[in-house]
Design a protein around this ligand. Structure first.
Ligand SMILES: Cc1cc2nc3c(=O)[nH]c(=O)nc-3n(C[C@H](O)[C@H](O)[C@H](O)COP(=O)(O)OP(=O)(O)OC[C@H]3O[C@@H](n4cnc5c(N)ncnc54)[C@H](O)[C@@H]3O)c2cc1C
Length: 539
């Protein structure tokens, strides 16, 4: 499977883009699909991972340089995604460009394909895009940084932002002692001069995880006198000197190897208050929500890539005088996985439309509730799909050259970062408590989308029962979140996918008994129809 157009070959993706409001972007996405699926781009992705970044702490005279060196292939994939605007396109209206309905959907389609080209670089791309969500709480900082964030000509050099064609931004929340519990952060911020949003502070402390440390600035949480607050901390001072951010070491990670993740010490680094002092979590949450959305999008893309490769292999590999795809048991396994890819894609793009919904109350409610729900289900499903799809290639699946190990190692990270499983499920319970209208809105939408389909109705009754328990028993949170994701996916497939797909999904995901592996419990579905749709289409 080489030189495959990732857009033209993916029916579910093309339909989702058109359905959710970005049909206008189809021609451009078709070109991007050709670029990201090209043999050249896939090779760049491989190289960026087999030559992971290295930390250079000092120069020859022992002065700190705190620099990360990447293989040129990493810079090339960054340049491809930034030229497409994946780090910025939805924010162009903030600089006076006209608002484009469907901008998030179009960007999500690009991200879905960029992840298939090379997933690690999606981390800085995602964080740069999401940073604007937090920076909107500091208009003066936004005005200063937005023109550079909107730059589409990647500039991987170390120079003050003012001298660069484009910048990238990262995020530093996680500390050793606290982790998810950021309220126990101990990094401190001392006011230097003045007060209010945009005021300068000196930041001292550490971050246990800080990805993309070569970013031009970071959104960082630190304790100020009024409590946990959010700061924009540039990597370099305006004169090019280092800004007191010492990279201690790079993490030796399971996957995500092209991307650098670091441990850092802040030594009086200059930062600028974003939002109000003491409102750090409320400020950075807008960034976190956007990164969670991207986790779901890129995991959907990786699931698609894994299953497309598995189907392609089965179409061409003959065993016992018969193509694998014609062996009933293999077809069943493939079709079963294809159902989850179809569902993940439908969920991710419905969520993208909610981000396009701006101030609309219904769409805002949908985003609040369904961002953690969809992030949870898609990112939890992706590792199982990657593993089973790898097995479809037999021994070759396990060998590096085939590309599967890269996907397999990558997918767990999207479930862990930006809110691991339990954390996002507990977030859902918080949304239920604080915004009870959100769940009513989503359940009504699911029912209406499914056209009152009786099997979806039964699933919704089950969700009501879980909701009643969730008010006093958090142990039902995972079941509730999973059922919500499945009911929403089922409704979307009933409304928009061919009957063979939606019927199979409902029969197995809503009505089927518990199953632990793909291909168990799918014996009565129309696997041929499901596979014909999921197979990579020739351009
Ligand atoms: C490759 C990588 C890159 C990263 N990059 C960044 C970055 O750039 N910036 C950044 O700030 N962070 C980053 N992180 C950190 C990441 O966001 C955290 O690891 C993640 O949020 C989980 O926090 P933790 O590791 O402290 O785990 P903990 O908070 O200790 O959680 C451990 C486990 O306990 C569960 N848990 C937590 N609270 C509860 C509860 N109340 N009830 C039940 N279960 C609970 C969690 O779901 C998790 O499974 C990165 C992590 C990785 C792996």
């Amino acid at each position: 499977m080489v030189d495959v157009n990732l857009f033209a070959s993916d029916r579910a993706l093309r339909e989702a883009v058109a359905r959710e409001g970005a049909d206008w972007a189809a021609a451009d996405l078709d070109v991007f699909g050709g670029v990201t699926g090209s043999a050249t781009a896939i090779e760049l992705g491989r190289l960026a991972n087999v030559h992971p970044p290295e930390l250079e702490s000092f120069d020859a005279q022992g002065r700190r340089i705190d620099r990360v060196e990447f293989h040129p292939a990493y810079h090339e994939v960054m340049a491809i995604s930034m030229a497409q605007g994946l780090h910025c396109s939805t924010w162009e209206p903030l600089a006076g460009g006209g608002r484009k309905p469907g901008a998030h959907v179009a960007r999500a389609a690009g991200s879905y394909m960029a992840a298939q080209m090379e997933p690690g670089h999606c981390c800085p791309i995602t964080m740069t895009h999401a940073s604007v969500g937090a920076l909107r709480h500091a208009p003066s900082l936004l005005a200063e940084w937005l023109p550079k964030i909107l730059g589409r000509t990647y500039d991987g050099g170390a120079a003050p932002a003012a001298f660069k064609s484009a910048v990238t931004l990262g995020m530093g929340m996680t500390e050793r002692q606290g982790g998810t519990d950021v309220r126990s952060n101990i990094t401190r911020a001392a006011a230097l001069d003045g007060s209010g949003t945009g005021a300068p502070y000196a930041i001292t402390g550490h971050k246990w995880f800080l990805s993309a440390p070569m970013s031009d600035a970071f959104l960082v949480l630190a304790q100020a006198s009024a409590g946990l607050s959010c700061f924009l901390v540039p990597r370099l001072m305006p004169d090019g000197a280092l800004n007191g951010i010492h990279l201690v070491r790079l993490k030796d990670k399971l996957g995500n190897r092209s991307n650098a993740s670091s441990e850092v010490e802040f030594d009086g680094a200059h930062g600028f208050l974003v939002g109000e002092e003491g409102r750090g979590i409320a400020t950075i949450i807008d960034m976190v929500t956007l990164t969670r959305f991207d986790c779901a999008v890129s995991s959907s893309g990786l699931m698609r890539q894994a299953v497309a490769r598995a189907i392609h292999h089965a179409q061409h590999r003959s065993v016992f005088q018969r193509l694998l795809i014609d062996q009933p048991l293999m077809a069943q396994v493939l079709a079963d996985m294809a159902l989850d890819v179809e569902a993940a894609t439908a969920l991710a793009f419905r969520l993208a439309r909610a981000f396009d919904g701006g101030e609309d109350e219904g769409e805002a409610a949908y985003r609040r509730l369904m961002t953690p729900v969809i992030k949870y289900w898609v990112c939890k499903t992706a590792p199982a799909v990657a593993c089973e799809a790898m097995e479809c290639l037999g021994g070759n699946g396990y060998v590096e050259e085939g590309g599967f190990p890269l996907i397999y190692r990558e997918v767990p990270v999207n479930a862990i970062w930006e809110g691991s499983g339990n954390v996002v499920c507990l977030d859902v319970l918080r949304v239920l408590e604080r915004s009870p209208e959100a769940i009513r809105h989503v359940l009504d939408e699911i029912e209406a989308t499914s056209g009152n389909e009786p099997r979806v109705k039964v699933a919704l009754d089950g969700i009501e029962a879980l909701l009643a328990r969730a008010t006093h028993d958090q142990s039902v949170a995972r079941a509730l979140v999973e059922q919500l994701a499945l009911a929403q996916a089922a409704a979307l497939l009933v409304a928009h996918a061919p009957e063979a797909v939606s019927d199979a999904f409902l029969a197995t995901r809503l009505q089927g008994g518990w199953r632990h592996t793909y291909g168990a419990g799918t014996h009565s579905i129309d696997r041929r129809a499901v596979l014909d749709r999921a197979a990579p289409q020739s351009a």
